[in-house]
Design a protein around this ligand. Structure first.
Ligand code: ZN
Ligand code: ZN
Length: 346
């Protein structure tokens, strides 16, 4: 039974797209949790670059896949108490396939959907989820900050650790793109590798480069220098581990040119191509190019510890908060590039 009264109806933003990011607000019934389900009262949802298509093209479901909220009602057979705060994992994993059994819930072989892409997500005030994708957080962590456990910390740490498996002696890290995921990768690299590691961040947007500098990154302003020039200007010959968050061919290609022997390039941003000369680029220097998609549910626990330890540092990544009524304005500012992470609250 719900502790506080859950209304029968709610108002949710409807993404109409129409190439202009048209959004109106419509009434919907608040769903009731069935067996194994939780109804979450969403308090904060972070905007994501991956929502560009939904914003401009429209969406059948309510978007939002970086949500944090409080359990408002719990269905039969669940174990999470009403009132528990937490975040929502993106993927409806089965928990039983070969991948899930090994912990690779991000590579579930029977995935049933993604929150905010084909199931209603976090821009509405209530969302219905399977209990298995809810991750409880401590009550003293503001829910806007808790959203960072998802793409900002989760996705980036997963990418970094995939690289580390192939390269143990990382001294220099390069990050393509200083958007929210790039800034998250920078922060996680600083936390995981310590102050000694050089973390280089490249981008074209001054606002984002300024933010990267504040987080301790060595910035390369690609409006003023090439990546190779930037690498040399920071006293490096080559980079051991590269995380591409830009999804741009030109970025991946130019990082490949400065990738060290035994270096690893991890592609974490969806988008364009990468051309490889296998002999020259991979075999002779024994380099690796990897993909990295989201993260495993089981990684949330240790990221929560890191968030607790480094909250003042990490929360600098959140630069703007908007009430859900102003969600269109929030997206417009976000896509202009002059933001870190933007949060919609309700
Ligand atoms: Zn996202
Ligand atoms: Zn599975």
């Amino acid at each position: 039974m719900p502790v506080s009264a859950v209304p029968d109806e709610m108002t949710v933003p409807r993404f109409l797209g129409k190439s202009t990011g048209k959004i109106d607000f419509v009434k919907k019934l608040v769903p009731e949790p069935g067996p194994g389900e939780l109804l979450v009262r969403v308090k904060a949802n972070a905007l994501c670059g991956s929502e560009r298509r939904q914003f401009f093209g429209g969406s059948e479901v309510t978007p939002g896949h970086e949500a944090a909220g409080v359990v408002a009602d719990a269905g039969p057979g669940t174990h999470t108490a009403v009132g528990t705060p937490g975040v929502i994992y993106l993927m409806y994993f089965c928990g039983e396939c070969r991948s899930c059994k090994l912990g690779f819930t991000n590579q579930c072989l029977n995935k049933r959907g993604d929150v905010g892409f084909n199931k209603d997500g976090g821009y509405g005030p209530y969302t219905l989820i399977n209990e298995s994708i809810f991750f409880p957080v401590d009550e003293d962590i503001p829910l806007a900050e808790a959203t960072m456990l998802l793409d900002v910390m989760g996705t980036t740490r997963h990418a970094i650790e995939r690289g580390q498996r192939l390269r143990q002696d990382v001294e220099s890290i390069g990050i393509a793109g200083a958007g929210p995921v790039g800034l998250g990768a920078l922060a996680m690299a600083k936390i995981l590798f310590g102050a000694e590691a050089t973390v280089l961040v490249s981008d074209l947007v001054p606002y984002r480069l300024g933010l990267a500098e504040r987080l301790g990154g060595e910035v390369v302003d690609l409006r003023e220098q090439t990546l190779a020039e930037g690498v040399r200007s920071h006293g490096l010959d080559a980079i051991d581990l590269v995380i591409d968050t830009s999804g741009k061919s030109v970025a991946r290609q130019s990082y490949l040119e400065v990738l060290a022997k035994r270096g690893v390039l991890v592609c974490a941003g969806h988008g364009e191509d990468l051309n490889l000369d296998v002999s020259r680029d991979l075999i002779a220097p024994e380099r690796a190019v990897l993909g990295s998609e989201y993260f495993c549910y089981c990684e949330l626990a240790s990221n929560l510890e890191l968030l607790r330890e480094h909250r003042p540092y990490l929360r600098q990544i959140i630069t703007h908060k908007y009430p859900v009524q102003d969600i269109k304005e929030a997206f417009e500012l976000f896509f202009e590039g002059n933001t870190g992470k933007v949060i919609v609250e309700q």
